[in-house]
Design a protein around this ligand. Structure first.
Ligand SMILES: N[C@@H](CCC(=O)N[C@@H](CS)C(=O)NCC(=O)O)C(=O)O
Length: 222
């Protein structure tokens, strides 16, 4: 039995949740709060003192990208072509700056300061805007339409789809869903992935009230 342990938000756990759901492995989605996180850290259950972790019969795997690669191999979303695999890894690792940019806004308790920082991320010169521009360009260049130009959906798509669009769910105050309207390739990509049968089926229980509303077809249509 596998256990994917993360906080009760999409964040850095969602791509692996989807990959585990596709894997056919017997697994449990364990959502923890801050107290449980503190206990796990104190008990030495977190190899790098952070979440997510995947508890496996062989031991615990930490780091969201490592977990995603593991889960992806079990779900048929990792190609055996070494070049394509490296391009998928490149995309995954290339998404680092966006996550780090967002990280700089966590733990800022002053509301106005936090909102100003988050808005600045997606304005000219902001790290978020630079990331979105790179994704926009890469998707425009992808012949297959998948993030790393693979023949079929890859783990890079799970990461891009879940981490990018979750930013605009309202969970991060100061980041407006309207930002995404400036990126036609990202919107087309959203349509492609959210309408993919595998993804649609996975989120079939999600409603527009849910934190995961940004993963639904047509989420950004208005
Ligand atoms: N590089 C790590 C970063 C993980 C990370 O930042 N986890 C955050 C939650 S999104 C965390 O555990 N924060 C708690 C803390 O640092 O106290 C990964 O990708 O897994």
């Amino acid at each position: 039995m596998y256990k994917l342990v993360y906080f009760g938000v999409p964040g850095r756990g969602e791509a692996s949740r989807v990959a585990m759901a596709f894997s056919g492995l017997e697994w449990e989605d364990v959502e923890v709060d801050g107290n449980t996180f503190d206990k796990m850290r104190t008990n030495g259950e977190l190899p790098w003192n952070m979440l997510p972790v995947l508890q496996t019969p062989n031991g615990t795997i930490a780091e969201s990208s490592a977990i995603l690669r593991f889960a992806g191999k079990h779900s048929g979303l990792v190609t055996s072509d070494t070049f394509q695999e490296a391009k998928v890894d490149e995309f995954i690792d290339g998404m680092g700056p966006l996550a780090r940019a967002l990280d700089t806004t966590f733990g800022i308790s002053d509301y106005d300061e936090r909102i100003a920082l988050r808005k600045a991320l997606f304005e000219d010169g902001g790290a978020g805007k630079s990331s979105l521009e790179i994704y926009e360009k890469k998707l425009g260049e992808s012949k297959s339409g998948w993030a790393a130009d693979t023949e079929d959906m890859s783990i890079a798509d799970l990461k891009l789809f879940t981490e990018l669009f979750a930013l605009f769910s309202g969970n991060y105050d100061g980041i407006e869903a309207s930002v995404i309207k400036n990126y036609p390739n990202l919107l087309n990509y959203h349509s492609k992935v959210s309408n993919d049968k595998r993804i649609r089926d996975h989120y079939s229980d999600v409603t527009t009230e849910d934190i995961r509303w940004t993963f639904l077809p047509g989420a950004f249509n208005q």
